[in-house]
Design a protein around this ligand. Sequence first.
Ligand SMILES: Cc1ncc(C[n+]2csc(CCOP(=O)(O)OP(=O)(O)O)c2C)c(N)n1
Length: 684
Amino acid sequence: MAIKDSRNGKTIREYSIDDLKDAANLMRGYDLVALCAAGSGHAGGTLSIMDIAAALYLRVADHDPGDPSWPARDRIVWSTGHKAPSLYLGLAFAGFCPLEDVVLLRKLGSAFQGHPHWLKLPGVEVSTGSLGQGLSIAVGIALAAKLDGKSHKTFCIMGDGEQQEGQVWEAAMEAAHHKLDNLIAIVDCNRLQIDGRVSQVMNIDPLGAKYRSFAWEVLRVNGHDMPQVVAALEQAKAGCGKPVVILADTVKGKGVKFMEDIAGWHGKAPTHEELIRGLTELGLTERIPHQRLLGRARTYQGEVDRRLSAKMPKFSRNYWWNAAENMKVKMEPTRKGFGQSLADNGDDERVVCLGLDISGSITISDFYTAKPERKRRWFSMGIAEQSATSVAAGLAKEGKLPVLGTYGTFAAARNLDQIRTSVCYGNFNVLIAGAHGGVSVGPDGATHQALEDLFAICSLPNMSVVVPSDVIETRKATDYLLLHHQGPKYIRFAREATPVISDDRTPFVFGHANVIRFREENPIFAEAFETLLASEYQNENEDLAIIACGPMVPEAMRAAWILKNDFGYESRVVNLHTLKPIDAATIVRAAQETSVIVTAEEHQIGALAWRVSGVITATPALFGLPVITGAIGVNDRFGESGAPWELIKEFELSAEHIAKKAIDLMEAKGAQKAEKQEHSLISP
Ligand SMILES: Cc1ncc(C[n+]2csc(CCOP(=O)(O)OP(=O)(O)O)c2C)c(N)n1
């Protein structure tokens, strides 16, 4: 059992227990370097699982680094996708990829995505990141092995917080029902998750008894005692006629004292100074060439910067955010406006908030932070988006005003049927926050970048949808949706700090767009523009309209500035913050009065673009009128790891791309006009 040459069955290298201990220690050191170079990632959970990763990849699993898809290999599924660096280091130490490449973790274009993607790196068995799915995939792989009469084993690594996902238990039932004695689950029981102790966020104990009652064999080990870990893995691999789960007691942040057992180190990377402290504790400052590795990461980053800069549309000057002496803008994350509103309005006894283990980051915990007495109306649901959605429907049924939120992908896709049937069909007053929308989530990568949520959500009858453009508008939108709007409602906001383009006086009327016009350059970006409620706006015969939502509104404004300054074009920027119900009148006016429309959304193209096109094509007043349209958005592609603003450039979502699209459309408009004139000259 080990790393093999599949051509002749020979073991490439034998690892003794001491070798494994040493490898695990080194892997911890390389992990810290990679996280430090990335500037983000998950220190706590990667350190807690490292002994198991070393034992599995270097001694217990049969696999061949020279032939990653060797059919007889054991399969290892990382359901706990955020521990990807431990997977990468397992592969690197086993020889699947160069060890020094792992330092490219989370960088744009790197094989070492924030969450594992099997199509990018040989040896990665499946793509994961949305918790709770891996055990089901492992059941499928194990079933296939049974069908094909193969004897390899399937391992599945999960977290203890992850046990809160209902799908884990569906898979556990399936594994026992189908007598999958070739399936071995491993749970990293470090007793912490994002919001705190697992026992407090959503108790999963007694975990062993639960698996036993599901007809699994249960082994319990100290996950940092290498002989115990190896013995348990080997015992499980030998088989016992049932699926086996190894519950490994571990310490989050293991090996680095200042990280150990601290929830705050869940999703945090060490600074350079912390890296050196960590490596010193691990006794690795001399053994790991950390400076050279960090240099390699910087060189790679330099190449990324050059490539992105080369692909950006060019104008007479650099119009990027805060690049000029004037037009300065303040940046603040839109999500903060959500928390501010919950803090402001939470005294209403009807308001109840549901925590989904990402509460600080999406600011939903601001509901009770300054007013602990509100905690009785705070329900921690653990990592269980589907059930929480239906629970919210139940609360609403009884007259409460429930609020729940998590990453947009998990708040609007994973639980879509629950939103559809429990919430929308019953027309309940549930406010769902799709946080961290768009590619600007950054280095977590594709699995965490909600790019399709608005398609499904906007299609649901009874649902209202708001995508506010900045932190202030997010607060106003939440104020309205929370207390005044009847029925299901979805608010989508971003993670990254984005330009603040409004103030308290700026109008926000649900269902009614704003028109924003560039007037003249100003020391303050927002003051260079005038914003009016669309229904109060008088036509100024602009050349084109840019219809945008969310943080693409500031980009559209910047595009209007570029278009005026470099090309003399006047643009009508429409902030279509309410996607549903859509402000058809404002769209129709923009089409009639400008005849050129660019849409801009941080989403797969269509949530905004097709809804706008739908209004245009269905409006009799526009029949036969030439309306030229173009769309800026993600073009039928999954997201990627990278820095937020890099991804805005990579996915062509910046003001520069909007301006370029507008120029192309203006050329088309000019060509159409010329053709018409020619026609009228020829045919008297
Ligand atoms: C479906 C889903 N919901 C939420 C998240 C966000 N998330 C990432 S890690 C994590 C906590 C995981 O806790 P645990 O399984 O205990 O892992 P560990 O503490 O060992 O890192 C959460 C909620 C996610 N990745 N997937």
